[in-house]
Design a protein around this ligand. Structure first.
Ligand code: ASP
Ligand code: MG
Length: 412
């Protein structure tokens, strides 16, 4: 069971979480719980490290920002003991959850579950601080913002859990953002692959890395709300329809062609006009961007008419836009483009569904529907299970709503 920041936001919330845990523990499950820090707490801790010195030692940053989870792990253990449930807290280093040396954005390398499992088998609930582990330097390492989802999935995989229940402030994964489309529906099931696309493309329910890990390790992940009344919910809720199960594609009987619509307004477009059409040019553009740690998302290059010049368009996040432009300007000589054009007011809207693999015409329908709304498409990319279009950000909501209805995702 994993509880996010809004679920452990204060003492009363932690008490309710304890009742959710008690329900599962008393129904005969062995339970490991992973907690985040209280909502807003990590932001405060991060801000303090910046106030102290904008440039600081990443190991000390980790020492500070991991503190929030220590508080909630201890408080939840107290709340459980108060309800008569045998429980104790575990910090990352106590388990231990080992990570690599990348302080601030560490990856879990290995979890030694022997002691933990011994306690679990005796019926003790383990409350584990999320977001943290111990690095090869024997110092606290944190996993990057939102990392306690990854802690939970990694721990579930390590102890061979039947399921990883992620309790959050919504009752599951929706066909699209309910704030944009009020007819969005909660999905009962979706595949790891679809969830990975949804998460990477803007649905903020789970940290992307946790979904990758769940997919690779085959961890069944159940997203559900911690705000439900703990005692009105049946134990082992995955059998009831109270959340969304993210599982292997094989477990999903009826595959719909399109499962969801995701969007991201955090896109900026850069186009290089009249680039030489010869080997090495793409490498000259994207090599320096990678070195500058800039993530490139969509990449579109045309086939040139006569084999001499072509256009190249790609997107980066808004935050990286200025830096990306600078990097490209600096590599102008090697790349040899004529003009660089950029734009920040763009958004990416994506149609996702594993059923697309076996259905023709999904893309054509999408383009027709957008055209009917007079929405211009700037760029298109596709994968086996996804179509993404880049459009003017002003049209985001209209595009999402249009596509949501087009593929029959509206409720009722
Ligand atoms: N408390 C950490 C954060 O805010 C980890 C998490 O909540 O998943 O990023
Ligand atoms: Mg979170």
């Amino acid at each position: 069971m994993k509880f996010g920041g809004t679920s452990v936001a204060d003492i009363d919330h932690i008490r309710r979480v304890a009742r959710h845990v008690r329900r599962e523990a008393t129904s005969g499950h062995q339970v490991a719980v992973v907690v985040s820090a209280m909502a807003g707490n990590t932001n405060q801790l991060v801000a303090w490290t910046r106030d102290m010195a904008p440039l600081h030692d990443a190991r000390e940053y980790d020492t500070v920002v991991a503190a929030g989870e220590q508080v909630t792990a201890g408080l939840l253990a107290i709340a459980l003991q108060d309800l008569g449930v045998d429980a104790r807290s575990w910090l990352g280093w106590q388990v231990p959850i080992r990570t690599d040396a990348a302080h601030g954005a560490a990856r879990i390398t290995d979890i030694d579950t022997a002691t933990l499992e011994e306690r679990l088998s005796r019926g003790q609930v383990a409350v584990v601080a999320g977001f943290q582990g111990v690095g090869p330097d024997n110092r606290i390492a944190t996993l990057g913002r939102g990392g306690s989802d990854t802690s939970a999935v990694a721990l579930a995989a390590a102890i061979g859990a039947d399921r990883c229940d992620i309790y959050t402030d919504i009752d599951g994964v929706y066909t699209t953002d309910p704030r944009v489309v009020d007819t969005a529906r909660r999905l009962d099931r979706l595949s790891h692959e679809e969830m990975l696309e949804m998460a990477s493309l803007g649905a903020k329910v789970l940290q992307v890395r946790s979904v990758e890990l769940a997919m690779v390790q085959g961890v069944r992940t159940f997203v559900r709300s911690s705000f439900d009344d703990p005692d009105q919910t049946a134990p082992d809720g995955a059998n009831a329809s109270v959340g969304t199960l993210i599982c292997d594609e094989d477990e999903i009987m009826e595959k719909s062609v399109v499962t969801g619509i995701a969007y991201s307004r955090d896109e900026a477009q850069i186009s290089l006009r009249r680039v030489a059409d010869k080997p090495g040019v793409a490498a000259a553009v994207f090599g320096p961007l990678a070195e500058a740690n800039i993530n490139v998302d969509m990449i579109v290059q045309n086939v040139s008419e006569d084999g001499t010049l072509t256009d190249l368009t790609f997107t980066v996040t808004n935050a990286d836009y200025e830096r990306a432009c600078k990097v490209i300007e600096e590599s102008r000589e090697q790349v040899g483009y004529e003009v660089m054009q950029g734009s920040t007011g763009v958004a990416k809207v994506s149609v996702i569904g594993v059923g697309m693999r076996s259905h023709a015409g999904v893309a054509a329908e999408c383009f027709q529907a957008l055209a009917a709304e007079k929405i211009n498409i700037r760029a298109i990319t596709t994968s086996e299970i996804k179509i993404s279009v880049l459009i003017d950000a002003d049209h985001t909501n209209l595009a999402v709503r249009t596509l949501h209805s087009l593929y029959g995702l509206d409720k009722n």
